[in-house]
Write a protein that binds this ligand. Structure first.
Ligand code: NAP
Length: 283
């Protein structure tokens, strides 16, 4: 099978590249914006026409949540028009589209654990664009998998884990919010889940949640990062109100992964063991 990866130099894309060595049966085509700009429909169509991928994994996105509040046009172009173009081309060339979305689409003020049928109420430019991107995918093709993930981190790029390591080694104390609850997602685990879905090739299209198991706060996450790394930096819990951001953050990002586990038999690692795996790779 031929598998096209867009945004292949990002956290998720690079994690798929690393794992691709273990999947010699797949013919991967890795692209980032220089090779395939997902916002350009004619380019996307020409690429699909030439390569005719069996699957397209859209790991491309505008991911700077706060900057998006000012960079609205570019954010929407990448997060709404991009997936729309991929859906049109996937439909035309009979490719299956795996699109990545976000826990930010829920933000529905409920205290429940969210499943895929829970109401969506995205707040902020990025969050709204992720929901609109999903709708474009659903409108554009029937053969889609949309995976909503949360708190993505990896040994690549910029993320919370790397920020904590850098601050923890510089400062004696930091303050981290403790009232936003969710699950971190190690990008390698998400990449494995995606490759398992492709391997099964069972056409169980639809919407799926994916994150590591266990619910924690950002404060808990920071404490564990420092504990594993023996970093002597005091972490103080603070409410979100004391750490204002341009774009609102959901307080409840707890997602059920029951559906993806049962439909594809995916075993989801707990957040602590995955954090240990990732930290072993960051020197
Ligand atoms: N990071 C998180 O905490 C988080 C949480 C929930 C969901 N997600 C979702 O998970 C997915 C993967 O996130 P990530 O953290 O791996 O993202 P990332 O590291 O920011 O990577 C995104 C990649 O897309 C590329 N890109 C931007 N515009 C493009 C275009 N027009 N055409 C093709 N490629 C383009 C970027 O290139 P440049 O760097 O050159 O712009 C970058 O390499 C995204 O859909 C994101 O919304 C992320």
């Amino acid at each position: 099978m031929k598998i096209l990866i867009t945004g292949a130099n990002g956290q998720l894309g690079t994690s798929i590249q690393s794992l691709s060595l273990w999947y010699p049966e797949f013919d991967f085509i890795f692209t980032d914006v220089a090779q395939l700009d997902i916002t350009k429909l004619e380019q996307v169509k020409a690429f699909f026409s030439l390569h005719k991928p069996d699957y397209c994994v859209n790991a491309a996105a505008y991911t700077q949540v706060d900057k998006a509040e000012e960079d609205i046009a570019l954010n929407n172009l990448i997060n709404i028009t991009g997936p729309k173009n991929l859906a049109i081309a996937s439909n035309q060339y009979n490719s299956k589209l795996i699109h990545i979305s976000s826990d930010y689409v829920y933000n529905n003020d409920s205290k429940d654990i969210m499943n895929e049928d829970s109401p969506t109420l995205p707040k902020g430019v990025y969050a709204e664009s992720k929901l609109k991107g999903e709708i474009e995918v659903q409108d554009g093709t029937e053969q889609y998998y949309i995976i909503r993930t949360s708190w993505l981190y990896s040994e690549y790029g910029n993320n919370f884990v790397k920020t904590m390591l850098s601050l923890g080694n510089k400062l004696e104390s930091i303050r981290v919010v403790d009232d936003q609850i969710g699950s971190p997602t190690y990008a390698t685990d998400l990449a494995e889940a995606i490759l398992q879905i492709i391997t099964l090739n069972n056409d169980k299209y639809g919407l799926y949640n994916y994150s590591n198991e266990g619910f924690i706060s950002w404060y808990d996450f920071a404490v564990e990062i420092f504990k594993i790394r023996n970093i002597d930096c005091k972490v103080s819990p603070i409410p979100s109100a004391d750490y204002p951001t341009k774009a609102p953050r959901p307080l409840n990002s707890r997602m059920s992964k029951e559906k993806i586990s049962s439909v594809f038999g995916i075993k989801i690692p707990g957040w602590k063991s995955s954090l240990e795996d990732c930290l072993r790779k960051i020197h």
